[in-house]
Design a protein around this ligand. Structure first.
Ligand code: ZN
Ligand code: FE
Length: 253
């Protein structure tokens, strides 16, 4: 039986997610960006929270752990780094499986934005929860890790099946689209950005995206193809990625 995902916007530009295992009715929260918003989403859905699954330690991801656990008794799993700011019941690392009822999530180490950042992949349901690693047309800033580490992480996500739904933790897509247009003149990118601007003008989310859509238009995944245009012909993929990341950090358009 599949999972169901309830997506809600919170804070200034975060997305929170509740995931329900349809076989057992048990639910998980992917991160706790805002405890009040998570608890409201639980009331809206009526889903019983069994689990909190953190992606990384940042306050807009783990800051609601204590309050949501106090209100629901949910068990908290995530990378060890979460204990820097919030309670954690079980530390996870690459390759482990998290069960939510009958639904299985494989832990993928996607360090780079933070050193311990992880993603949760449900292969049976073609869904991956990526926190601040991969965004629609973007990727997370390198606050703690190196470009090499982030490139390795993004490459793992890019290797998932094209139809995999990618649940990112922020709605940054319009700004990401403006940057994509500045470095990539592929018609596929142009068409995608037009869809993004239209969706945002209608007030619609651009998340989830898919691995296939990101491989086709995300300038960070396409970095090796853009290297020549950035004056880095023949650069190693991680170097090309580092150049695109640096260009985005400096981009003000
Ligand atoms: Zn973050
Ligand atoms: Fe974040």
């Amino acid at each position: 039986m599949p999972i169901r995902v309830h997506q809600f916007a919170c804070l200034s530009d975060n997305y929170g997610y509740l995931v329900r295992d349809e076989a057992t009715g048990l639910a998980a929260a992917i991160d706790t960006p805002d405890a009040d918003a998570v608890l409201q989403a639980l009331r809206d859905t009526g889903w019983p929270l069994a689990l909190i699954m953190n992606t990384h330690w940042h306050p807009d991801h783990a800051g609601g752990n204590a309050a949501v656990k106090a209100a629901t008794g949910a068990k908290i799993v995530g990378p060890q780094e979460v204990t820097r700011i919030a309670p954690l019941d079980q530390a996870l690392s690459e390759g482990e499986t998290v069960m939510l009822g009958e639904a299985a999530f494989t832990v993928i180490d996607t360090g780079g934005h933070t050193l311990g950042h992880i993603s949760y992949y449900d292969a049976a349901d073609h869904a991956v929860f990526v926190g601040d690693t991969l965004f629609a047309l973007g990727c997370g800033r390198l606050f703690e890790g190196t470009a090499e580490q982030m490139w390795t992480s993004l490459s793992k996500l890019a290797a998932l099946p094209d139809e995999t739904a990618v649940y990112c933790a922020h709605e940054y897509t319009a700004a990401n689209a403006r940057f994509a247009l500045s470095v990539d003149h592929d018609p596929v990118v142009k068409a995608r950005t037009e869809q993004v601007f239209a969706a945002r003008a209608r007030g619609e989310p651009t998340v989830p995206t898919t691995i296939g859509a990101e491989k086709a238009a995300n300038p960070f995944l396409r970095a090796p193809l853009l290297a020549a245009g950035l004056g880095l012909k023949g650069a190693a993929p991680a170097q090309a990625f580092a150049a695109v990341r640096a260009a985005k950090d400096a981009f003000t358009g």
